[in-house]
Design a protein around this ligand. Structure first.
Ligand SMILES: NC(=O)c1ccc[n+]([C@@H]2O[C@H](COP(=O)([O-])OP(=O)(O)OC[C@H]3O[C@@H](n4cnc5c(N)ncnc54)[C@H](O)[C@@H]3O)[C@@H](O)[C@H]2O)c1
Length: 252
């Protein structure tokens, strides 16, 4: 590690990079020496990310649910840098919150498309690159919703459980090739996504009802710190693991 910059020279590819967790993680990893290739959906606003990361940022518009777009963003990262050291497979959507009888099938499919198929396609196209390199670290964005169930979050809970499964199969396949695949499982984080969910569940009451032992929501910076650790060689023997970042929520 050079001067406390454990990611010096690493090429980090991030999906959902223009979002809040993506931006905080990109900013932290850039400060620790990484070069960031940022993917977000067509029309996304990359200006906050650019301000946080700096002019060195490479941004790519791509829909993670389309295989041709996934192939293209992986190709772009390779064209820029010739390798991918770290892949933060992070794009996700929350979908509606509703009792099962009122939860539309189209909404369920839309959540699964981004949160499961998007993550699967990222793995499908990045893992072979890393396996042929003989190194690489992948961090998938699951959720505390991937470890437990909450009423009404049909698509989201199912999709984030699936991300745990994808992480485990990917790790078991990739580990012999020197590649690590882990997932993060944030609980409620102070963010737009959580604000939207709170509004549909019932705001302050929902926060108290969740009974977070830490008695507060997490911060995007607290998620970014775990992502940066899993990206770094400091976590070299951590593989196929889930990482709650939830103030103790799933421990009780
Ligand atoms: N915010 C939370 O409380 C929380 C908690 C647990 C897990 N997570 C997970 O962390 C990840 C990031 O969440 P966030 O809070 O930063 O949300 P966010 O909405 O700020 O960011 C998500 C990003 O994903 C992008 N995206 C969505 N669909 C896409 C597609 N089809 N193609 C490309 N990009 C697409 C969005 O444009 C957005 O920039 C998500 O997977 C989310 O489920 C968030």
């Amino acid at each position: 590690m050079a001067n406390g910059r454990p990611l010096e020279g690493k090429i980090v590819l991030i999906t959902g990079a223009a979002g809040e967790i993506g931006t905080a993680s990109a900013a932290l990893m850039a400060r620790r020496g990484a070069r960031i290739v940022a993917v977000d959906r067509p029309g996304a606003d990359f200006s906050g990310l650019k301000a946080a990361v700096g002019e060195d940022l490479v941004s790519v518009e791509a829909d993670v649910t389309h295989e041709a777009s996934v192939r293209a963003y992986v190709g772009r990262a390779l064209a820029v840098a010739g390798r991918i050291d770290v892949f933060f497979n992070n794009a996700g959507v929350a979908g509606p919150v509703a009792p099962v009888a009122d939860y539309p099938l189209e909404a369920f499919r839309a959540v699964m498309a981004v949160n499961v198929e998007g993550v699967f396609l990222g793995l499908k196209h990045v893992l072979p690159v890393m396996q042929s390199q003989g190194f690489g670290s992948i961090v998938n964005s699951s959720s505390a919703s991937g470890l437990t169930g909450w009423p009404g979050m049909w698509g989201y809970n199912a999709s984030k459980h699936a991300v745990v499964g994808l992480t485990r199969v990917a790790a078991s396949e990739a580990a012999p090739h020197g590649v690590r695949v882990n997932c993060i499982n944030p609980g409620p984080i102070r963010s737009r996504m959580m604000g939207g969910l709170d509004a549909s569940i019932g705001s302050e009451e929902a926060r108290r009802a969740r009974g977070i032992p830490a008695r507060r929501y997490g911060l995007v910076e607290e998620v970014a710190g775990v992502v940066a650790f899993l990206a770094s060689d400091d976590s070299g023997y951590v593989n196929g693991a889930v990482h709650p970042i939830d103030g103790g929520l799933t421990a009780v």
